[in-house]
Each structure stands twice: as structure tokens, then as C-alpha cells.
Design a protein around this ligand. Structure first.
Ligand SMILES: O=P(O)(O)OC[C@H]1O[C@](O)(CO)[C@@H](O)[C@@H]1O
Length: 932
């Protein structure tokens, strides 16, 4: 066998292998090269690991073992395997390292290419990898970008071996060579040793010729007058560039500055020739080895180049040969306008990008494998999309990948949205790992809560909907209180909860992020009074410094739990706002976060969008909305039905603004494909143990887009909280709005407050005149608009007759939220859907005001609303206020109706008369109206 590679090493150019693969290492491939070819080093990069790990099953056992211990992020899953390979290669090369006294025998592992623009992040990551690999013959590979330079200086000062990668230009090389020198000098200054610190500067070769030659060929083909001069440079510029770098290196090591370091024991930073596999098949495959041989250099070769050199390489001191000719080549390239500086600048950017692309592919591949290994520990999601939507989603996911959306979202980069203050609203990401509740004493609190029979939560929207989902889906633990959620001003509903409970046996959880929301404040006053002012029975959940905090302190509440001001209400379920009530009813919050973790990892910033369940779903929702499919229709198995109201708030309040967004449709019974227009997207939630309803498949077959989500067990519901939070934020980016504000909610609050304040003064609400009425109800139109008929059914007919495809009908009832009322609302929805094939929504007021109300006012102005009110009997007074709950409730209805109308929505209010037949009468009238 030829010993050309050995000869190459002896001639001063160390032979390194640019390749790593577990199978190859296991089968002794590397050891063989060391023994037979005098190999003294190995390099790796993200593309190499992508090829090794992204496909095939070589690493499956490793992944499985790693994930078997505990679930982990995709980055950690990949990195653990990469580190094992690097350690194994380092161990194979250890005898070389020992024999050569640390002058060679190194293995390189690259920092994440995503960090190429961040000095501090690069330093941190290099230190972390150095520690994790824990081998003296490791070189951490750092890109020689502008940000990389200072990092290299610091890392050398730290005493870490560094391989500087992606060097193309003389300037970049010289800058990192000086950074290396400065790092060593800093050590000397501190009296620290400099011997044993190794570094190489990886100067890329063939990529330069690939670019220059392309330019030359185009110009020659275009009949350039300098064609001959141009042709003479083909395949020469990269080598000339490398020779010039080496000449500068020789000057550097001869300088006094370097000699001082040398005297202190420093080893020079060797030039390493990288990208030495020829790209142009017309050149000899050993070209970039043969021509770059000289003392104190390295050539890292892909296996094919190494095999070629072993067979037909030529060993000769070529690097220092014909240097003048090399300089002439560079001068010619300059004279002929081939723009080497422009090319090398671009090559750095392209190099970083191509390593980032490779890292995306690698992490995407690992993510896919991780999902398979997790099995049903991760909730499944399956999508069936019509072709055009599928194409749009695919394109969006690719854009999102190349624009690093997942990393940017996790880094709270506001430019993903409108560039305002979105970055300040991403505290929910850390909260999903349990960080926000850590140290809040939830376990002890759960124990204390067991002395109560009931827990009553007073809160609205984000402060009530999550806890309600948890209590309805997971239920209370043995011996823990039952949760009743009050998010209303409806006197009947309040009485329903207040009646049966004994305040002495009840824990009251007053929950409001802002601490100033009207409903929880009125409810707090009511139950405080009812309990006789028992602070020991009250806890508050609120953001620091709120008015509620002051009340809790003054009234001696048993506990005060602080929220994170960087989490908006609708994203707060995995913070104290969901977890305090959860703990109160005996849900093991620690186990809950553990069950949620697989989704948090799966949606990580390190998981490229296409493989990231949150981003995938967000792209579907966003693209569907852009294509006019902006009615997200939520279908669930019976056990998961409570999730719908939480989702409604998240989706509607986050996306429904500036006339854009997604209108969620919850609790609308599943219909036949023809009952739906082309404005729908369906989301199905089911437990693996439950049957899917007949009719779901028919929707998919009829071309309606559908996403099916399956949970192995109810305890995995936390995963859906997180998946949908990410998806909503992503959909917001696609739609182009700020998913963390709620600009239109305030208007209804202002209108209500005006009415209530007037009432507090005058003792009555301003009179209104109905536009029509019958024995059961009266109809009101905002602004007392003129109407063509005095017949209520005819007016309702006209109201609904304006519905056209893409519109939606809404039924907003300021009544007790109970089964009978919900059933009546469903009947009205179905009648309208059957008649007009439009989406229908329903909400109980004022609960919906803090949820879907944002989208009804700020979202697409294609709604057709019927607001239902009545005079409660009996009413309930609020301690310390003149206005009763009933008065506040009707003021809320009137205020919001006016705002809806002002926003261009079609809206009518139906007031159910005392002594009339109530809601069933309206159901009849609506049925008659839409059939008429
Ligand atoms: O927790 P708070 O501050 O009382 O707010 C309750 C809800 O009201 C809203 O601000 C809308 O009015 C929601 O966004 C929020 O979840």
C-alpha cells in the first residue's frame, strides 16, 4: 500500500480527516488511518454530522438510550451523540497527541453555526463544549467572522484549543491570527502558561475557485476581450490566495512579537487547508493537496480526497514554491475585476448559512427521530390539508426556517411580529418549564387547601379559563376541594355558586393579573362580605404591585401569589394563574410539568419550523386565515370539550385585530361537509381511547382542512396549552399583527363604565326605545336605528338575511351559563348555519368580553350578532356599590353592543321580557326568521 499520506505528514503537512461517523469509528476506521497513513487529526462540522445522524439508523440506539433516561431538547439529544463521537475520535487520537507532546492529534467540534454573529454566545458555547467533551486534544471550532474574532481572542486566553473556521480572505485570516497572538499575550501577562495551547486557522480553498471560475466562464462565454488572461487564472486563484496567506504566516512567526511567545513555549497557529476536495471534475482530485504542502500546515481531507492522494498524490514542498507567480495571479485577478474581496465576503456569509442550513436539516432529522422514540408521551397531530393550503404552509415553513423563526421566537425577537414591545411578552415560554411557579410553595399550599370543601375562583379570561379547563378535564384530587369558577356578573350564576357553599369551608381564589378588572373586584367584595371578612379563606393571584395585592395585604389573605408581568393573561395558564388553582384542587403540578415537557422540547427554538409542532400548526392557522379560512372550528371528544373556551380566548384575543385574524368557533355541533363554507379550518381533539366521531373523515375527504390532535391521557393537556400558545404567536407573525395586545377590549370596558357611573349617580340606566317587541322579547338596535318593520320576526329575518359566505353569526347571551341556555343557543346556531352555511359563534356575557370579544370588535367585520339580555330576578347587590350585579351586567351588554356597531358589525339586542317564555321563544323566532 502507498505511503504517500505518511510522506505528506513528514513533509510538514499534517494529514487530517474531514469526516466523523459512529459506524466508521466503531469499526476502527480512524485507528486504521492513524496506524497506516500517519493520520494526526480529525475535523467535523454541522454538514458532516447532518450526513451521519440526520438519516439512517446508526444513531438510533444512542438516541434511545439518551432519551430513555429523561426527555431532552433536540439540540441536547443531537449534541450528546456528537460529543460521544468526538470523545471517541479524541481517544483514538490520544496516542498521537501524547507521542507528539500536544503538537498534534486533535479533533475539532464546531460551535453552533447559529451563533456566528454573537461574540458572547460563541464564547459561552465554546466553553461549554470544551467542558462537556473534556479531552485535552479537543479543538473547538469557531467561525472567523467579525463576531468570531474577539471570541477567539478570549477563548485562547482561557486556554482552550481553537480551530478557526470559514477563513477565505487574507484580512480575515490575519485578524484571527492576531487575535490568537493577543490571547496568548494576555495569558503571558497574567503569568499563565502558553505551552500546550493549540490552534489552527482553517483557510478554505476550493470554494474560492468554484466562484472565480464561474465568473471567468461567464465572461469568456460573453466574449470578454480579456478572455485569454481570464482563462489563464482558472483553477489558480484559490491556491495563490492560500500561498499568500502562508507567506504572511511565515512573516508572523519570524516576527519578534511571535518569537517572544515562542520563547515562552507557545506553539504557532498552523494554517489548515480546508475545502480541499475539488469541485470541478476537470481538475485532478488531488489538486488542493499537491499544491499546498509545506512545514507546519494541516490539510483536512474528505475520505475521497484522502483515498485519491494515497493513490496518486505528489509530495513536494509546493507551498513556498512560485510565490511570486501566486502574487501575480492575485494581481491579475484584481486587474481583471474578478473581485476576490467581494467573493470572499460572500463566501463567509454563504458558509455560515450553509452550516446553519445543515444544522437545520440535522436538528430536523433528530427531531423526527425523537418524536418516534417518545411515542405517546408526545401528543400526536395529523393534518389533512387541501393542496393549495398545503403548498402555502410548506412555503411558509421554509421561509420561517431560513429566517430562523423558531430561534427568534424563543429569543423574544419582536421583529418577528410588528417590532413593537412583543419581546416583553414572552415570559410564558419559561413558564411552560415550570420556572414561573418554582419556589412559590405550591406543594405546601396544596396541602393547606385540603382543609376546604370548595374552592371558588373569581377571575376573568386568562385568569379563569385555564383553571376551568384543568378542573373540568382533570378533576380534583382525593380529599381536595372542588373548583367553582365565577367569571361573570350574572346574578343567577353567582347565586348558583354562593347558595350551596359554606364560606367557612371555602377557599376563595381572587385572580387578576392587573388586579383592577371590574368583575373579580365586584365578586371579591361580594364574597368577602359573605364570608364575614375571613382573610384566612382568601388567596390572591396577581401581578406585583397591583391594587389587588394591596387589598390582599390589607385584608390579611392567607397567600399572595405573584404573576410574571411578562406574561399576558391568555398565555398565563402555565404560570401561577393556572397552577395555583390546580394545586388547590390537588393536581400534582410537578407531575403536570413533567407531562408537558415533551411538547415544550418539541416546540423548542432549536427545532426547525417544519418539524416543530407549534410552528407547523401556527403556519397552518396563519396561512389558512390569509386564504380566507379564518374560522377555526374546534371539535372535541366529550372529555376534552372544556379546552374550547380556553382556546377561544387565546386565538381570538391574540389574532383578532386591525380587521384581521381568526374567529374561533367552539361548541358548534359537527355537521355534514356541505354545512360548511370554504372559510373553515377544523381542529379535532380526542383521547386515544375515544372513538373519533363519524363525519370527521367526511370533512377531510370533502377537502376541508383538518388537524387532528390525539392525547394518550388527559394529563397531557398541558402540552396543548403550549402547542397552541406557540401556534398562536406564529399565526400572529404570519397574519402580521401583535399577538400579545388586546386593543379593542378596552373600548367595551369604557362604554360599560360610562353607563355604570351614570347609574351610580342617577340610580337608573338611560332609557331606550325598542324597535319592535312581542309578548316575549323586545328588540333594540344601537343608536335607535330606523327599521323597516315593527314585526320582531321580520326584523330578525332581515338581520340574518344579510349573511353571505365568509360571514359569521354570533349569539351573545348575558344570562346564566347553564345547560338549558347553552342548548337554546346551539339550536339558534344550527338554524342559522343550516339556512346560510355560515360559521356561528356563541358566548355568555360578560365572560366572552374578556375573551372572544376582542376579535368580535377588532377582527374581521363580517359578524352578525344577536345580543340577548334580561332583567334578572332576583338581582344581587354588590356591597359598597349602588349598581347591582344585574345592572352592571346589562350595562356591559349595552356598552359592548354599541361598540360592536361602531366597529361595523351588524348587531341587534334582544331583551327577554319578564313573564315571557324566555330564551325558547327567541329560538322559535330565529327558526321562523331564517326559514322565512
Ligand atoms: O387577569 P386580569 O387582569 O383581571 O384580566 C382578565 C382578562 O381581561 C382581559 O384583559 C380582557 O379584558 C384579558 O386579556 C384577561 O385575560
Amino acid at each position: 500500500m502507498s505511503d504517500l499520506l505518511k510522506q505528506l505528514g513528514e513533509a510538514g503537512t499534517a494529514v487530517w480527516l474531514d469526516f466523523v461517523d459512529r459506524k466508521y469509528l466503531k469499526e476502527g476506521g480512524l485507528k486504521k488511518l492513524v496506524a497506516e497513513d500517519g493520520l494526526t487529526g480529525v475535523t467535523s462540522n454541522p454538514s458532516i454530522f447532518e450526513k451521519a445522524m440526520g438519516a439512517g439508523d446508526t444513531y438510533d440506539a444512542g438516541f434511545s438510550e439518551f432519551l430513555g433516561k429523561a426527555d431532552a431538547s433536540v439540540q441536547d439529544t443531537y449534541e450528546a451523540q456528537a460529543i460521544l463521537d468526538i470523545q471517541s475520535a479524541a481517544d483514538d487520537l490520544r496516542p498521537v497527541y501524547d507521542r507528539l507532546g500536544g503538537k498534534d492529534g486533535y479533533v475539532s467540534l464546531e460551535v453552533s453555526p447559529y451563533l456566528a454573529d454573537g461574540t458572547e454566545e460563541t464564547i459561552e458555547e465554546a466553553r461549554r463544549l470544551w467542558k462537556a467533551v473534556d479531552r485535552p486534544n479537543l479543538m473547538v471550532k469557531v467561525p472567523g467572522t467579525k463576531a468570531g474574532g474577539p471570541a477567539i481572542r478570549q477563548l485562547i486566553e482561557d486556554g482552550i484549543n481553537i480551530n478557526v473556521t470559514l477563513l477565505f480572505s487574507q484580512e480575515a485570516y490575519q485578524a484571527v491570527a492576531l487575535a490568537f497572538v493577543e490571547g496568548l499575550e494576555a495569558r503571558v501577562k497574567k503569568g499563565e502558561a502558553v505551552d500546550g495551547i493549540a490552534s489552527v486557522a482553517s483557510f478554505f480553498v476550493s470554494r474560492i475557485d468554484a466562484q472565480i471560475d464561474k465568473k471567468i466562464d461567464t465572461r469568456v462565454a460573453d466574449g470578454d476581450p480579456e478572455a485569454d488572461a481570464l482563462k489563464a487564472l482558472r483553477g489558480k486563484v484559490a491556491i495563490a490566495n492560500a500561498k499568500a496567506a502562508y507567506a504572511w504566516y511565515e512573516e508572523l512567526v519570524a516576527s519578534d512579537r511571535w518569537q517572544k511567545l515562542k520563547a515562552a513555549g507557545a506553539m504557532p497557529q498552523r494554517l489548515l487547508w480546508a475545502s480541499t476536495g475539488v469541485k470541478d471534475k476537470a481538475y485532478p482530485d488531488t489538486l488542493y493537496v499537491d499544491t499546498l504542502i509545506g512545514p507546519d500546515t494541516v490539510n483536512t481531507m474528505p475520505p475521497a480526497t484522502m483515498d485519491a492522494f494515497r493513490e496518486r498524490g505528489t509530495v513536494k514542498q509546493t507551498l513556498t514554491e512560485n510565490v511570486d507567480e501566486a502574487r501575480h495571479v492575485l494581481a491579475e485577478a484584481d486587474r481583471l475585476g474578478l473581485d476576490l474581496p467581494g467573493i470572499t465576503d460572500k463566501l463567509v456569509l454563504d458558509g455560515v448559512k450553509s452550516f446553519a442550513d445543515a444544522a437545520d436539516a440535522l436538528l430536523g432529522g433528530v427531531a423526527g427521530k425523537r418524536v418516534k422514540l417518545l411515542g405517546d408521551r408526545l401528543n400526536a397531530a395529523e393534518e389533512v390539508l387541501p393542496e393549495a393550503l398545503a403548498e402555502a404552509v410548506k412555503a411558509r415553513l421554509e421561509t420561517a426556517r431560513s429566517e430562523a423563526w423558531s430561534r427568534r421566537l424563543w429569543k423574544a425577537d419582536a421583529s418577528l411580529w410588528t417590532g413593537k414591545d412583543e419581546g416583553k411578552w414572552l415570559g410564558w415560554i419559561a413558564a411552560a418549564r415550570g420556572d414561573q411557579v418554582a419556589g412559590q410553595g405550591l406543594e405546601a399550599f396544596a396541602g393547606e387547601a385540603r382543609r376546604f370543601k370548595h374552592a371558588v375562583l373569581l377571575g376573568m379570561g386568562g385568569s379563569s379559563l385555564g383553571p376551568e379547563v384543568l378542573s373540568l378535564i382533570l378533576g380534583s384530587g382525593e380529599g381536595s376541594p372542588r373548583l367553582h369558577v365565577l367569571d361573570t356578573t350574572d346574578p343567577d350564576q353567582i347565586a348558583k355558586v354562593a347558595g350551596p357553599i359554606d364560606p367557612k369551608e371555602t377557599l376563595f381564589i381572587v385572580s387578576s393579573k392587573s388586579g383592577s378588572t371590574m368583575e373579580p373586584e365586584l365578586l371579591r367584595a361580594y364574597f368577602w362580605d359573605a364570608s364575614g371578612g375571613q382573610g384566612a379563606n382568601f388567596v390572591a393571584v396577581t401581578d406585583p404591585g397591583s391594587k389587588l395585592e394591596a387589598t390582599a395585604r390589607k385584608d390579611g389573605y392567607a397567600h399572595l401569589f405573584h404573576g410574571d408581568p411578562q406574561i399576558g393573561g391568555r398565555y398565563s395558564v402555565l404560570s401561577v394563574f393556572g397552577m395555583v388553582p390546580a394545586a388547590a384542587i390537588g393536581i400534582d403540578t410537578h407531575a403536570f410539568f413533567e407531562a408537558t415537557a415533551p411538547m415544550v422540547f418539541s416546540c423548542g427554538g432549536d427545532v426547525p419550523p417544519a418539524e416543530n409542532p407549534g410552528f407547523r400548526l401556527g403556519a397552518i392557522l396563519g396561512e389558512a386565515a390569509l386564504a380566507g379560512r379564518n374560522k377555526l372550528t374546534i371539535l372535541t371528544s366529550p372529555q376534552l370539550a372544556p379546552l374550547g373556551s380556553w382556546l377561544e380566548q387565546l386565538i381570538a384575543e391574540s389574532t383578532g385585530k386591525q380587521g384581521r385574524g381568526i374567529v374561533p368557533v367552539d361548541l358548534e355541533p359537527l355537521g355534514a361537509p356541505e354545512d360548511y363554507g370554504t372559510d373553515r379550518v377544523f381542529a379535532w381533539f380526542g383521547l386515544a381511547s375515544e372513538e373519533e366521531p363519524d363525519g370527521l373523515e367526511a370533512l377531510a375527504e370533502a377537502g376541508h382542512p383538518i388537524v387532528r390532535i390525539t392525547l394518550a391521557r388527559p394529563e397531557l393537556i398541558g402540552q396543548e396549552f403550549f402547542r397552541w400558545e406557540i401556534a398562536t404567536a406564529v399565526a400572529g407573525a404570519v397574519i402580521g399583527i401583535d399577538p400579545f395586545d388586546q386593543p379593542d377590549v378596552e373600548d367595551a370596558k369604557v362604554a360599560t363604565r360610562k353607563l355604570v357611573d351614570a347609574y351610580e349617580q342617577a340610580g337608573s340606566l338611560e332609557d331606550e326605545t325598542p324597535i319592535a317587541h312581542n309578548a316575549d322579547f323586545a328588540l333594540f338596535a344601537p343608536g335607535n336605528a330606523e327599521f323597516a318593520s315593527a314585526d320582531p320576526v321580520e326584523l330578525l329575518r332581515l338581520h340574518f338575511a344579510s349573511l353571505s359566505p365568509g360571514d359569521y353569526a354570533g349569539f351573545l347571551a348575558y344570562l346564566e351559563r347553564n345547560e338549558a341556555h347553552s342548548g337554546d343557543m346551539t339550536d339558534m346556531r344550527l338554524a342559522v348555519r343550516e339556512a346560510y352555511q355560515v360559521a356561528t359563534v356563541a358566548g355568555f356575557g360578560p365572560r366572552f368580553l374578556h375573551s372572544t370579544g376582542q376579535a368580535y370588535k377588532g377582527g374581521p367585520a363580517v359578524g352578525d350578532f344577536l345580543v340577548v339580555t334580561r332583567d334578572p330576578d332576583p338581582d344581587l347587590s354588590v356591597p359598597g356599590h349602588r349598581a347591582s350585579f344585574g345592572t352592571v351586567q346589562i350595562a356591559q351588554a349595552r356598552g359592548d353592543t354599541d361598540v360592536l356597531a361602531a366597529r361595523g358589525q351588524r348587531v341587534m339586542r334582544v331583551h327577554l321580557k319578564k313573564g315571557g317564555r324566555g330564551l325558547p321563544a327567541l329560538v322559535e323566532a330565529v327558526a321562523a326568521a331564517v326559514q322565512g
